[in-house]
Write a protein that binds this ligand. Sequence first.
Ligand code: QAP
Ligand code: CO
Length: 155
Amino acid sequence: MRTKATPVVVFDEALQHLVADMTATMYEANGIGLAATQVNVHQQIVVIDVSDNGSMPQVFINPAIKVLDEVLHEYEEGCLSVPGFHETVERPEHIEITAQDVSGETFTLIPDGLLAVCIQHEVDHLNGKLFVDYISSMKRTRIRKKLEKQHRQKA
Ligand code: QAP
Ligand code: CO
């Protein structure tokens, strides 16, 4: 779970198979997103379906996120790897994602709403991060900033 994924370099039938397997696993678990890390494959592959009826699977291979501005957005996240646990996480709202599809074709998109949240959550998995670490580190940062501010006001 903590291993960093490496980029996919070969776009072959085995990759298509893996993506199909991951998509099936995600649907079986009633998830909206799954990173290869979660099935113990340490390659940069993410599958997501944020549609209402699970009819729009999307695949992101070697995804790279670019944060477009500093606007943050809060969302109550869950995770198939941390079942039953939900917490509010703050993440950039406006991002651009560049990734490859199963055939290796590069595409760029500006996701909105839940898709933007989900992609960031899944890319964290590829980097060996879980959303629970994220919250605690954010909480730490917030508390530290608050303390620093109090300190300045005293001075
Ligand atoms: C990540 O998470 C996500 O606790 C995907 O008992 C979640 O698919 C990104 C799940 C929310 C953005 C917003 C969680 C299923 C599924 C559970 C999931 C559970 C059963 C989580
Ligand atoms: Co997750």
